[in-house]
Structure formats: C-alpha cells, structure tokens
Design a protein around this ligand. Structure first.
Ligand code: FMN
Length: 193
C-alpha cells in the first residue's frame, strides 16, 4: 500500500493513503455540485453513477455516495448498495430543510436496517428551477401542488407550506458550507486533517 508522511504526528510516522471515491446521481446539477466540492476537499475520485456502475468500488477504502431526493428515493443508492464496497457514507440532496425535515421514511425506503446501521448519512439542501424540470417531474410536482391545495392549512407541515409558496419558481439553497459536517466526519474516520 502507498504511504505518505503524516505531518501531524511524529515526523517519521508513515500513514496509509486512504483511497476515496465520491459517486453521485444528479438530475439537475445540485448533487453534482456538492459531490464535486466534497471530492475536491477530500482529494477523492469523482464518479458519476454510470461510471461507478462500471468501476470496481472495492478499489476504494471509502465510497461517499450522493443522491438527489426524488419522491423520497435517494438517487443511485440502490446501485451503489448492490455493488461490493468496503465502507459507505451517503449524502442526500433535497429541497426540504434538513434542520426540520423528517428523513425516517426516506431512510426506511433506501436501506435495510443492517445497511443503515453501517452507513453514516448526511442531508444537504439543494434547490429547484421549475422551468428546467422535465415533463415527468413537472407533472409530479403539479400533482403534489394540487394535493396540498386541497388540504386545509392546519393539515400542512411547514415543509408543505414552503413547497406551496415556492412552487413554480427557482430556489437555490446550494452552499459549500453544507458539506462541512460530512468532510469533518470523513477526515475523522480516516485519520487525516
Ligand atoms: C419530482 C420531484 C420529486 C422531489 N422529491 C423530493 C423529496 O421527496 N424530498 C426533497 O427534499 N426534495 C425533493 N425534490 C427536490 C429535489 O431533491 C431537489 O431539487 C434536488 O436539489 C435535486 O437534486 P439534483 O439537482 O442533483 O437532481 C423533488 C424534486 C422533483 C422534481
């Protein structure tokens, strides 16, 4: 295994270089943006899902997978979970505010209990530009809007209300600071600074 000088400890201590790959699935670019930033910060290989499919992921000590949230599904997660890998960290990118959103159903849908117990998951906030949505996504969002509009305000969560007020617009919450907890966690896990 390749080694590098560990500048943080005794000068002669040698530490294994940890190989990391950031895999991602992004429809409109917000997850791609975060994946790129994370790969850059951690000096990792960046692999879009179609490349990841054809890559032996066991070559990497750690896979960090990012997926946009679509109706509660985490983009590309199933593909990555099916492939052999040594260790996995996942980040989701969605419109909902991670400070208040409940991810219980999303995690239950994406992982078995065993998989979840072995995977650290982070939630980052993305954005949406309704003018750029494809036909299917426009239809899905229109149906969701109609459904919420039929409910009384008391039945709506803050997230639902925010969805109604931003429906049809362009909103962008993508911010590099969002990656900091994930990057700090990975640095701690692999012992680099
Ligand atoms: C059809 C559709 C379904 C969505 N479902 C969710 C969702 O369940 N939860 C959420 O937080 N955001 C949801 N979003 C918002 C996307 O996750 C958000 O736009 C994200 O930034 C997209 O990532 P991408 O740009 O990498 O494709 C949805 C967007 C669309 C168009």
């Amino acid at each position: 295994m390749m080694v590098q000088k560990n500048t943080n400890n005794a000068p002669n201590r040698l530490q294994p270089i940890r190989k990391i790959a950031v895999t991602y699935k992004s429809q409109y670019g917000t997850t791609k943006q975060y994946a790129g930033w994370i790969a850059q910060e951690l000096n990792a290989t960046l692999l879009e899902l179609s490349e990841a499919k054809n890559t032996d992921l066991t070559r990497y000590d750690l896979i960090i997978h990012g997926g946009g949230l679509y109706a509660g599904g985490i983009g590309g997660l199933k593909t990555v979970l099916k492939k052999s890998h040594k260790s996995l960290v996942v980040f989701t990118v969605g419109l909902a505010d991670p400070k208040t959103a409940d991810y219980f159903e999303i995690l239950k849908m994406g992982f078995t209990e065993e998989q979840l117990s072995q995977t650290k998951v982070f939630h980052l906030r993305g954005g949406i530009d309704y003018s750029k949505l494809n036909f299917l996504h426009k239809g899905m969002m229109a149906a969701r809007h109609k459904y919420f509009n039929m409910k009384s305000p008391a039945e709506l969560s803050e997230e639902d209300k925010e969805f109604i007020t931003t429906y049809g617009d362009k909103v962008d919450f993508v911010d590099k600071v969002e990656i900091e907890p994930l990057v700090a966690y990975v640095r701690g896990k692999i012992g680099i600074e």
